[in-house]
Design a protein around this ligand. Structure first.
Ligand code: ZN
Length: 97
């Protein structure tokens, strides 16, 4: 979670700054750089997971935003953040398979 918030993570946009041979683009066919915002909000690979998170957010009348997924939206209760932040762990699981 901290790595996604800080931008210092294992996504290509950050790694490409450290390793010249790594491209910043998304490895899932999107025409964008792979950074936390892209993965959380736009990457086609996570559309199904993202839809499930939107279902959880719907009763809270909270739009799907990076701050919410990163646990930084203070307008929703903390116990709800726990359920929403599971998105992060799903992302990690998908990246290692
Ligand atoms: Zn993508």
């Amino acid at each position: 979670m901290f790595r996604l918030r800080s931008g210092k993570n294992k996504l290509n946009h950050f790694i490409s700054r450290l390793e010249a041979e790594t491209l910043a683009e998304c490895p899932h066919g999107c025409p964008e750089q792979e950074d936390a915002t892209h993965v959380l909000l736009y990457c086609q690979r996570y559309n199904e997971v993202r839809a499930k998170v939107e279902e959880k957010l719907s009763p809270l009348h909270t739009p799907l935003e990076a701050t919410t997924l990163l646990g930084l939206n203070n307008s929703i209760p903390k116990h709800t953040h726990t359920n929403i932040n599971i998105f992060h762990f799903l992302l990690i699981g998908n990246q290692t398979t």
